[in-house]
Structure formats: structure tokens, C-alpha cells
Design a protein around this ligand. Structure first.
Ligand SMILES: [Zn+2]
Length: 506
């Protein structure tokens, strides 16, 4: 009898011991514009943070975004929500708000003010319709988890952190400060003020990397830092300060530190993925991540920390570089889409300003004018779409009605465009160029539904995770539901992914 009880106690004890310990801290990292192949092409350069992740982490080799457009705000809103734009409402970096009659950004919020800098209009996650992992942690533990987002860009700090975050901080070129918004608090905490008072950006005046010298003039310096490795260093230094000042990972509930490194994107846009600068940036990202992990290790112990890393999108090669390789690609003439659509609508329906707003890939037509002339909106959209399809190197044009009704070809491209459609925010026609063709007239860019833009790293590292390479197709949408399962909290409300249980240790 006694022996049986003892066995039961032992069994119970071993069950408790086998259950994965919940991490005290989730370090959630985005590298802005970091193609999956930067991990493999530059592998021999990595000796610090990326080396650690590639050696000890679960590395997913075939993670692709399932949305269009593949841009910063959408990638960052996906990261810790698992939602596609069709669910999150974050359909781009900016879009035309038909109610407000003006262009808005993914985080612009006229109800808020900037704090920590010189004031001005603030930002918030208000336009994101779904919850994040941080939100779900806070809902589960009555707000006791701490959730902090940090980046150079406002959208990249705000969107991963979510609605209930303790704070999101980003870099303000006008002042060289890390700033925030009245959405979070009336003023930035004292540790942020102290960090800003030390003028951290000024330390980089005259600094040199790969032959590029940082300007001495403070205004020029602040603007130049973003497109240099020093922008990432600044963000890492601020993240270290946040970790310490906010005591992240030091209490009974799991905290989230979401850090997005934007400098890779600024540099990548200027020079394209094949330039020496991109390799240098990647190597220095490895070093910056190494420093961050060492700090986290000292402060919290890495066995208490779950690290997850991804990128918000990839990037296309420069068309000029592709030409030298006898690969396809190019740049259509500037403004050709708008011109073609406007002319086609004038020809059929008469004079008028038919386009109220346009980004590179979508047009918003003048619905007031369409109503005044008693026209059928669907027919107007079809007319414009047909004309745009005639432009050389246009790959596909989708109308609002096609996407609304699912009347699209059944392939990966259409699926990604449909996942990026949100009726009250999306345009009337969506324009996709052929592979390797880009709208911008100089530099490189991203945004398409093709693999060079959708294929990104996804790496998890920490207790309960089996290291190794995982070859199955996954999507960054799987990150949030996986975290929810590991943390025993509700899956974020718009999550469209699955749990990556193949990496869970037995
Ligand atoms: Zn980006």
C-alpha cells in the first residue's frame, strides 16, 4: 500500500519535471528585409548571435509569407498575431482611408501625441483589429506580464507589441531620441529620458563603415544612422536598457521584449541584396544579436528565455544586376499605371479626376464621381483593370469584386493577394508585376507575392525546443499560435497559422 502511494508520488513528480518550464521572457526579433538565403549565403561570417541561433535553434528552412503586399507593417503585424491582413486589417504601410478621405499609415492615430521628442501627431496599434501574444499573456494574467516593443520605425515597434503593451519606442530623426505615444503613457519613463539625455546617436558622428562616413551635423547624422549598422546598434543598446530598467524576465509572469532591427532594410533598399553592404550588415546583425543574447543571458539566464527570430519580408534583386546575369526583370516607366487607368476611364466615361489615391500596387477610384455619373463601380474597375493589363510586364490585375467574391485563379499568388484584401481598406484594383519587375525607379524593393519577397527565416531557440533544421513548408503566421501553445495562453484572435509542434522536445 505504502509502496503504491510512493510510486504515485514519484510518477507525479516526474510528470511535473517533464513538463516544459514556461519561459520568463520571450525575446521576439524581426530583422527588417532579411531574406532566408542571407542565413546560408553568409553563414561563414556568423560567429555570434545568428551562429548561436543556427547552432542551437530550430531552423525552419521553408517559411513563406502568405500575404500580399510583403511590406514592413504587414510583416510586423503578422509576427506576434499570426493574422493575415484579411483578418488584422493591416493591409500595407499606408493606405487610403475612404471615410477620412486621406492617406493614413498603419499606426497613425490623430487621437494621440508623440512623447519623448518635440510632440506632434502620435501613433498607436488602433488600426490593428486583432490581438497579439503580448495581449493574450496580459489577458491571461491580469496585465502582470510586461510587453515592450522597440525599433527605429514606429510601426515595427507598435504592431508586434499589440494593444495592451506597456510601451513601444522608436527613433525620432528630428531629435535623435527614442520616442513613444500618449497611447501608452503621458510621458516616457525616466530610464528613457536618461537614455536620450546621454545623446546616444551623437556618438556615431564620424563613424565609418565600409567606406561610408557618418555626418557630423546632428540632423544629418540622425537621418543617416538608419541606413547604417549604427541604427541597429542604437536599437540594441536601447533594448539592453529596457531589459534592465523594466526588470524583464525577473518576475513570475512571462514578459515579451519585441525588437525590430530596421537598418538592414534601409541599406538594402539603397544597394540591393547582392551588394557588399548587405553582407556587411548581415555580419554586423550577427554581432548585435550576440550582444543582446549575452545581456539576456547575464540578466535572466538563457534557459529562462525563448527566442524567436524572423524577417518581415525579403527583397528583389536590382533589375540592373539581374540584367548582367541574363535574368528577367526591370522597371516600368514611372506613373504608367495611373496614366493608363486615368486615360481609359476618361475615354469611356468622360473627363474627371478618376483616381483619388494610388500606391504602387493599388488604385482607389473616385466613388463620388462614379455615383454622380450613375456608373456601375464593378464595370469601372473592370475597365481600368483591362487597360492596365495591357501595360508590358504587368503580371496580373485583380479587381475589388474579384477579390471580394473569390473569383480568382486557384494558385499561391491569388491566395496571397486574397489574404491581403480587406474590403473597407483595400483599393479598387490591385496590380502585380512579373517576377523581378519593380515599380521603384531606383534602388531595390520588396512587396510582391514571389518567393524572394516571401521567403524568410523562422528560428526558435530555448527550453523545450529541439534544435535542428526543419524542411517542411511553414509560414510566419505559425509563430503566434506556437508561442500561445508554449505559454499556455489563448491563441491570438486572428491567428491563421498552425502550431509548429514538430520542434517540441519530447
Ligand atoms: Zn520591412
Amino acid at each position: 500500500m505504502q509502496r503504491k502511494v510512493l510510486l504515485c508520488v514519484l510518477a507525479a513528480a516526474s510528470l511535473v519535471a517533464a513538463a516544459p518550464k514556461k519561459p520568463k521572457l520571450v525575446v521576439a526579433i524581426v530583422v527588417d528585409q532579411f531574406r532566408y538565403d542571407y542565413l546560408t549565403r553568409f553563414r561563414s561570417d556568423y560567429k555570434a548571435g545568428l551562429d548561436r541561433l543556427l547552432t542551437h535553434g530550430a531552423v525552419f528552412t521553408n517559411a513563406n509569407y502568405e500575404h500580399f503586399p510583403t511590406v514592413t507593417a504587414v510583416g510586423h503585424s503578422t509576427f506576434l498575431s499570426g493574422a493575415t491582413p484579411a483578418l488584422s486589417g493591416i493591409i500595407g504601410n499606408d493606405w487610403y482611408d475612404r471615410q477620412e478621405g486621406r492617406e493614413v499609415t498603419s499606426v497613425s492615430d490623430s487621437k494621440t501625441q508623440l512623447v519623448g521628442g518635440r510632440g506632434g501627431a502620435g501613433s498607436s496599434p488602433d488600426r490593428m483589429l486583432v490581438s497579439t501574444i503580448g495581449d493574450e499573456l496580459k489577458i491571461a494574467d491580469q496585465g502582470r506580464s510586461k510587453v515592450i516593443g522597440i525599433s527605429l520605425k514606429d510601426r515595427s515597434a507598435i504592431l508586434p507589441a499589440g494593444h495592451m503593451a506597456n510601451g513601444a519606442y522608436w527613433f525620432d530623426n528630428a531629435t535623435g531620441n527614442f520616442v513613444s505615444s500618449t497611447f501608452y503613457f503621458a510621458d516616457v519613463p525616466p530610464w528613457v529620458k536618461a537614455f536620450n539625455d546621454s545623446r546616444p546617436a551623437a556618438h556615431y558622428a564620424g563613424a565609418i563603415w565600409l567606406g561610408h562616413t557618418m555626418p557630423a551635423d546632428p540632423k544629418q547624422l540622425n537621418a543617416a544612422l538608419a541606413a547604417s549598422p549604427f541604427g541597429n546598434e542604437l536599437v540594441e543598446a536601447f533594448a539592453e536598457r529596457a531589459l534592465e530598467a523594466e526588470d524583464l524576465g525577473k518576475h513570475d509572469f512571462t514578459d515579451v521584449l519585441a525588437v525590430s532591427f530596421s537598418s538592414n532594410d534601409y541599406v538594402g533598399h539603397e544597394v540591393g541584396p547582392d551588394a557588399a553592404e548587405v553582407r556587411e550588415m548581415s555580419e554586423r546583425t550577427d554581432q548585435v544579436l550576440g550582444r543582446l543574447f549575452e545581456t539576456v543571458e547575464r540578466a535572466v539566464g538563457l534557459d529562462n528565455v525563448l527566442v524567436v527570430l524572423t524577417a518581415d519580408h525579403g527583397v528583389a534583386p536590382l533589375p540592373e544586376v539581374n540584367a548582367t546575369r541574363r535574368m528577367p526583370g526591370g522597371r516600368p516607366p514611372a506613373g504608367i499605371v495611373n496614366k493608363t487607368a486615368q486615360e481609359a476611364l476618361v475615354q469611356k466615361y468622360g473627363d474627371g479626376k478618376w483616381i483619388v489615391s494610388s500606391s504602387e500596387h493599388s488604385l482607389y477610384f473616385n466613388r463620388t464621381l462614379i455615383a454622380e455619373r450613375k456608373l456601375d463601380r464593378a464595370e469601372v474597375n473592370r475597365t481600368a483593370a483591362e487597360a492596365i493589363r495591357g501595360i508590358p510586364h504587368v503580371f496580373r490585375v485583380y479587381t475589388f469584386e474579384q477579390l471580394m467574391n473569390g473569383a480568382v485563379t486557384a494558385d499561391a499568388i491569388s491566395r496571397r493577394v486574397t489574404n491581403g484584401f480587406y474590403a473597407s481598406r483595400s483599393g479598387d484594383v490591385e496590380i502585380l508585376l512579373e517576377p523581378y519587375w519593380i515599380f521603384t525607379q531606383r534602388g531595390a524593393t520588396h512587396g510582391t507575392a514571389f518567393d524572394y519577397d516571401t521567403h524568410v527565416p523562422v528560428i526558435f531557440m530555448g527550453p523545450g525546443i529541439r534544435s535542428g533544421r526543419y524542411y517542411g513548408s511553414i509560414t510566419p503566421n505559425d509563430i503566434a499560435p506556437t508561442l500561445a501553445t508554449m505559454l499556455d495562453v489563448e491563441t491570438p484572435s486572428g491567428s491563421a497559422g498552425r502550431v509548429l509542434s514538430e520542434m517540441f522536445a519530447e
